[in-house]
Design a protein around this ligand. Structure first.
Ligand code: SF4
Ligand code: SF4
Length: 283
């Protein structure tokens, strides 16, 4: 079972929910895909067992075969290739390792070479959560290849919690695709509401079932509740805005260990997600 946790907007409490869920599952795997700013380790405090470099594939041109037809630059959606007529110049930080240039080169003049794009860490917490995160190398514009690597680093059949980067860009897409279910964490504010709608749109397009958690819930902001009811969206949980939760979070504590009813909320959330996944399997 793979459960991803995403949010259209940063700062909604997505990592708190991801770590909380991971901590109430027996022998779970937590993978932090927010490779530009991973912070799950601050809450889970894993012992790091291994750190290894990650590589992405970038195109390498064989100038004995290349006739500068420009096809590779045309198919590159990320503008990573420039045809200078005497050289095909690669801006390797922009390369997403999609392989399109290699595939479409009429002269078969492109091979692929490894380039280091970041580091992956593997660890374990004191309560048996297998932990993975990754750091994107400074200057790398494309997070997606590293996200793919850290996601694929775990091979096994334990329940996996994917902590997705905020936003609705290709980094979020790469993180949540292949999930059995996605939890969208939002908050009771106009920004949270707006970005939730964008994130829902993305999940509908890639056909990933989802449910909503409203964090720092404020009943005075009724537009979000109205929208959820009117569109019959799957509201999984409302986490109230409370001082004890805010204080524990600001100390970098794992809320399921410090606040008893937060743990109960996470257990209830897990049960609802399991029900959703099982129902989906038998539809
Ligand atoms: S597509 Fe192949 S042959 Fe054409 S410019 Fe690119 S590398 Fe050269
Ligand atoms: S692998 Fe994809 S992203 Fe990289 S240069 Fe080729 S076409 Fe562009």
């Amino acid at each position: 079972m793979v459960i991803s946790i995403a949010s259209g907007k940063g700062g909604t409490g997505k990592t708190t929910v991801a770590c909380g869920l991971a901590s109430v599952i027996n022998e779970s795997v937590y993978i932090d895909c927010d490779v530009e700013e991973p912070n799950g380790h601050l809450l889970l405090k894993p012992g790091i067992l291994k750190e290894e470099p990650s590589y992405k594939l970038i195109p390498k041109i064989n100038y004995e075969s290349c006739d500068f037809c420009n096809k590779c630059a045309e198919v590159c959606e990320f503008n990573a290739l420039l045809n200078l007529k005497s050289e095909i110049y690669l801006i390797d930080e922009l390369c997403h390792s999609c392989g399109a240039c290699t595939y479409f080169c009429p002269q078969k003049a492109i091979t692929e070479a490894n380039k280091e794009n970041g580091k992956i860490r593997i660890g374990e917490t004191s309560n048996n959560i297998l932990f993975y995160d990754a750091y994107l190398k400074v200057g790398e514009a494309s997070a997606a290849p590293l996200i793919k690597k850290v996601k694929n680093a775990y091979k096994g059949n334990k329940t996996v919690i994917i902590d997705s980067p905020p936003g609705t860009s290709c980094s979020m897409l790469e993180s949540v695709k292949d999930s059995d279910f996605c939890v969208l964490v939002t908050e009771s504010t106009p920004f949270g509401f707006n970005d939730l709608k964008l994130a829902i749109n993305v999940l509908r397009q890639i056909k990933i079932p989802y449910g909503i958690v409203i964090n720092k819930y404020d009943e005075n902001y009724y537009l979000l509740d109205e929208y959820i009811q009117k569109n019959k969206l799957n509201l999984l949980l409302k986490i109230p805005f409370r001082m004890d939760i805010a204080e524990s979070y600001s100390k970098g504590e794992l809320l399921t260990e410090t606040i008893k009813d937060y743990r109960i909320m996470m257990l209830e959330l897990l049960e609802k997600i399991k029900t959703e996944i099982v129902e989906k399997e038998y539809v």
